[in-house]
Unconditional design. Sequence first.
Length: 372
Amino acid sequence: MRAYEVTLVPGDGSGPELVDAARSVLDHAARLSGFKIDWDVHQAGQRALAESESLLPDATLNSIRTNGAALKGPTTTPIGTGHRSVNITIRQELDLYACLRPVRSLPIASTQEEPERPHIDLVVVRENTEDVYAGLEYPKGSPGARAVVQALGALGRPLPADTAVSLKPFTPHGCERVVEFAFNHAARHGRKLVESVCDARRYPATEGMFARVASKVAARHPSIASRTVPVPALCADLVRAPGRHDVLVLPNLYGDIISDVTAALVGSLGVAPGANIGAHHAVFEATHGSAPEFAGSGRLNPTALIFSGCMLLDHLGEHETAARIRAAVEDVVAAGKVLTFDLLAPQRSADAATTVEFTRAVTDRLGPVARP
């Protein structure tokens, strides 16, 4: 039997119950297909902080380094405590420079209150290590903030002494590799258009560089149409005609925002998967956050993590099993009988299925595992 060693990070908030749901679907489908996943479980987030005084223990990072791939639940970063985001740390430590977020319509039945949505099948590629999410943020009065204020003062750009600072670094290398990733993804999956999205007019030094590098990369891929789109224009067009977009490649901040917007266009963040990919490692996780207020409620939609697990299976080369799971989820949604609250019109919220009920419906749709 084929076997894969994969790191599993339950996360915190709603993470553990969603990870349990995704894991049960993946394990069931793997047994049907004749392979198994050996989960190497490690903690990150609030539980890790309580147990080891670290949001991201070295053992967790080392497990991902060793195994090369991880399925991760959402984690919560304590606000105003000086702790660095788990997600940012993982991406930077493992150089997971490309965040891949496919956005595809599910067959959700329309109602009079909820008219039919346009069909959407696009991919958001987000640069993952630079921009304002690089973690170069300094509170007022800190040594970092004082150094930046002093340096800007010497350049004739004085700032108040109590200024807090967040830096926005871009490099040609960082821009080039994520745009190249987007074009290569488009070529492998038969996509026809790559749009590089930025605000070059407002930020000519940073996002202007992103646009210039994107044009250079596009010239190496003449068989794929390309263009540069200002981010305000993209936002307006996603409201008017989201179905005409194909592959979007964006700097870190815009990529985060646009992937949330496009997820809402296809139902909710509960159906939006994601992968953080580098040259040697990949971490698969839902687009949504930890939603600690819903922890233990049993109400959340596990589709985003199930689909993230499908991306993991594709990464492992188990494409047929990934496709089977996606089809099972779509069949359950299309049937309309077992849906979580985020996929229902408000007046039908009383009919919402629990996380466990939805997960069971998916595994049932996959079929029973034959007894030996």
